[in-house]
Ligand binder design. Structure first.
Ligand SMILES: NC(=O)c1ccc[n+]([C@@H]2O[C@H](COP(=O)([O-])OP(=O)(O)OC[C@H]3O[C@@H](n4cnc5c(N)ncnc54)[C@H](O)[C@@H]3O)[C@@H](O)[C@H]2O)c1
Length: 270
């Protein structure tokens, strides 16, 4: 596992408790060695090895799956390297796949070597229906994400446009655009927009609205997808993950579930 922050630590706990199926955590890496040490210390027996860098991590014998829970930049650099080293990948920083050239490279590399890149649903629901609907065609896809203003602090779009989040006193639309623009403007907030895009009609056609709402304690994502099949609407109200108020608990749970599915004999859902 690369990245021993909020999601990494939650995943490690689930692996240790047997909630993630037949998975063994062999080696971890974090750019902050103390974060890796804090994670490893929680393991009673067979503590995972702490790698000193990504090269040593990928050279570690016996690993079949690399879990990325570190950030978009790490994902961009690491996924092609991991595939070339013969490892499957599970990717949390799905915003990295907003780059069409990288997406294409990953697709081609994984296909050529017969490996998989798993992208858990993360903080949204309804992707099962969207994927199925795409077979018959999707006319339009949209996500409205509502967050407490504080959750948006530091995002490039907020900084570049001089938006004063302290002055947002009631529900206010902050951004409207497509998922590509959303991923650029809010790299840490709108992984969900790229997840919806990749399950559906792609980032340039997927509409994104971002709302700041000071009355909210949770991040709320509402997707609406229309096509000849009918309409999918799915609303998810996310409690924050203990350890990182910017990260939704469901995102970590979806990764645990994805790991568990890899070792289950029956595959539920599309
Ligand atoms: N798909 C989704 O719906 C979804 C939801 C929430 C979070 N995420 C993404 O998952 C990722 C992890 O989230 P989190 O809440 O655990 O974040 P976090 O900040 O709590 O943890 C990230 C960890 O990665 C480490 N890290 C940073 N740069 C690194 C590098 N170059 N090499 C190795 N380690 C590095 C940090 O030191 C930190 O320990 C983020 O990119 C976040 O945007 C995705």
């Amino acid at each position: 596992m690369i990245g021993c922050g909020a999601i990494g630590t939650t995943l490690a706990g689930a692996i240790q408790d047997g909630k993630a199926g037949d998975v063994h955590l062999d080696v971890v890496y974090d750019v902050l060695p103390e974060s890796a040490s804090q994670l490893v210390v929680k393991f009673n027996a067979e503590k995972p090895h702490i790698a000193a860098n990504i090269g040593e991590f990928l050279d570690h014998r016996g690993i079949t799956l690399v879990i990325e829970a570190a950030g978009q930049q790490v994902a961009k650099e690491m996924v092609p390297m991991a595939l070339k080293a013969g490892k499957n990948v599970m990717l949390m920083s799905v915003g990295a796949l907003a780059d069409p050239a990288l997406l294409d490279e990953i697709y081609r590399t994984a296909s050529a070597v017969g490996l998989k890149v798993y992208v858990p649903s993360g903080a949204i629901t309804g992707l099962d229906g969207v994927k199925a609907a795409l077979i018959a065609g999707i006319d339009d896809a949209m996500i409205v994400s509502s967050k407490p203003p504080e959750a948006l602090r530091g995002a490039p779009f907020i900084v570049e446009n001089g938006i004063e989040l302290d002055k947002v006193k009631s529900r206010q639309k902050i951004f409207e655009g497509n998922a590509l623009e959303a991923a650029r403007g809010f790299p840490q907030n709108l992984n969900v927009a790229i997840s919806l895009s990749l399950a559906g009609i792609g980032p340039s056609k997927t509409k994104v609205v971002l709302v700041a709402d000071p009355s909210l304690k949770k991040n709320v994502h509402e997707i609406t997808v229309r096509g000849p099949f009918g309409v999918v609407t799915a609303k998810t109200e996310n409690s924050a993950l203990p350890g990182n108020p910017k990260t939704s608990w469901l995102a970590a749970l979806s990764a645990i579930r994805k790991l568990r599915d890899l070792s289950e004999p029956i595959s539920m859902g599309t």
